[in-house]
Ligand binder design. Structure first.
Ligand SMILES: *Cc1c(COP(=O)(O)O)cnc(C)c1O
Length: 429
């Protein structure tokens, strides 16, 4: 993304209509999660941060917790930290321990099925490869994915298809919506090894019907892998109840884990035995410190770990999880729906007359935590928005994503930010 220029800052401040300001104030006053906003570090000069779906803001406790970790845990315990129980447990156990916390707080998953490891891209590769390998062994050589899935998901699968001689079956999705059960039903069959989809589409915010798509995939005898990057910490998930086989997601979006924080992977307990991920490292081996010959995967979900756990990089995530556990995902989702509904009204009333089009679902049940709007020439207004302290997200070709992180975003902030967007667009008419 380009650096904002400071050249074109207009002198007049943007003021939202009084009725909108009153409505925002009333919604903030009634917001049961309002107290969490104070628990994030402030950003100087930022009027509205509308990109919490790309990089969540830092919880205020993060700085102190990192400092304490470095001084007391790293400096104090040194290498003993890997195996001796400390305040946050032995570091060696963090993949499962933090994974279980994510599972309980956000995934609707019982313990023993989730680990923290790698990046989303790498975990996606490992789990997709494991599923495709199992499929190929059973005479299944097709991978289903949609054309508007997140780039890394498409690239990883293209790589796996080339590596294993598998065929990609592309579903052409509507970029203003996302993958549907009908589309999946039309392409799965006896040759399908794996269906990969994003639960919340990164572009439109469309929530896929994960339960139905999972069932359809199973009916065809294939495995499903859900990318939860835009879902986790924003919408409610029921991985166990839905019968999901595999899932991955990132922790630096709605979980506030910080830039490049590790990813998580989920493997349903009864799939753990039959799947073999391709990066056999010592940390996913049974008895890693035996340093023995040959690789035997560790029992359970630990087998998807490859190398040394990213302990330091996981420290901020502990603060994000503390907050989510306290708030509860149901309350987070309720506020998320209220934030997107409020935003949608402003888009309809004030931005649509300026040529702005909504490219997200209107149905609240199908709408995730962000809204995307489109107007030709959107890219040109980004610098000015950034210079005026309004930070949304941009996606080619003309899409502005308005990310609404329920724990850190107020209705007044949205109101002020969209007033600036309105004025910037209005001035360019
Ligand atoms: C953000 C995101 C990723 C990120 O992958 P990284 O390996 O962390 O860069 C992957 N998939 C989806 C759907 C995302 O939204």
């Amino acid at each position: 993304m380009s650096t904002p220029s400071t050249a074109s800052t207009p002198s007049t401040a943007s003021t939202p209509p009084a009725a909108s300001t009153r409505r925002a104030a009333a919604l903030d006053a009634a917001d049961p999660l309002a107290r969490f906003r104070e628990q994030f570090l402030p950003a100087r000069g930022v009027v509205a941060y509308l990109d919490g779906n790309s990089l969540g803001r830092p919880p205020a406790g993060t700085a102190e917790r990192l400092d304490r970790f470095v001084r007391e845990e790293w400096a104090g315990r040194l290498i003993r930290g890997w195996t001796d129980e400390g305040p946050d447990g032995a570091w060696m156990g963090w993949p499962e321990q933090v994974g279980d916390r994510i599972a309980a707080a956000a995934l609707g998953a019982a313990p023993g099925q989730t680990v923290l490891a790698d990046s989303t891209t790498v975990l996606l590769y490992k789990l997709a490869r494991a599923a495709v390998d199992a499929g190929i062994a059973a005479g299944r050589d097709e991978i289903v994915v949609d054309t508007d899935n997140f780039p890394t998901d498409r690239y990883v699968l293209e790589g796996i298809a080339a590596e294993r001689g598998a065929t990609l079956r592309w579903i052409a999705t509507d970029p203003a919506a996302g993958v549907t059960p009908e589309q999946v039903a039309a392409v799965v069959g006896p040759r399908t090894a794996l269906v990969l989809a994003s639960h919340v589409a990164y572009r439109s915010g469309w929530i896929a019907d994960a339960m139905t798509i999972t069932a359809l995939t199973h009916d065809a005898g294939a495995l499903v892998l859900w990318d939860l990057s835009h879902s986790v910490g924003s919408v409610e998930l029921q991985l166990d109840a839905w019968g999901v086989d595999l899932a991955v997601g990132c922790t630096y979006k709605y979980l506030n884990g910080g830039p490049g924080s590790p990813a998580f992977g989920y493997v349903r307990s009864d799939r753990q035995e039959g799947l073999r991920q391709p990066i056999q490292g010592w940390m996913g081996r049974r008895d890693p410190f035996e340093m023995g010959r040959g690789y035997t995967p560790a029992a359970g979900v630990r087998g998807i770990v490859s190398g040394t756990p990213p302990v330091l990089a996981a420290v901020p995530l502990l603060c994000g999880l503390d907050m989510l556990e306290e708030a509860g995902i149901a309350a987070v989702r309720a506020k998320s729906m209220a934030l997107t509904a409020f935003t949608l009204d402003i888009v309809d009333e004030r931005l649509a007359p300026l040529g702005v089009e909504l490219v997200s679902p209107r149905d609240p049940a199908r709408r995730g935590g962000h809204l995307t709007i489109r107007r030709s020439g959107s890219r040109d207004v980004l610098d000015e928005l950034w210079a005026r302290g309004v930070i949304p997200d941009f996606r080619e070709p003309d899409d502005i994503r308005i990310g609404l992180a329920p724990l850190s975003t107020s209705f007044a902030e949205v109101d002020r930010g969209l007033a600036v967007l309105h004025d910037v667009l209005d001035a360019r008419r």
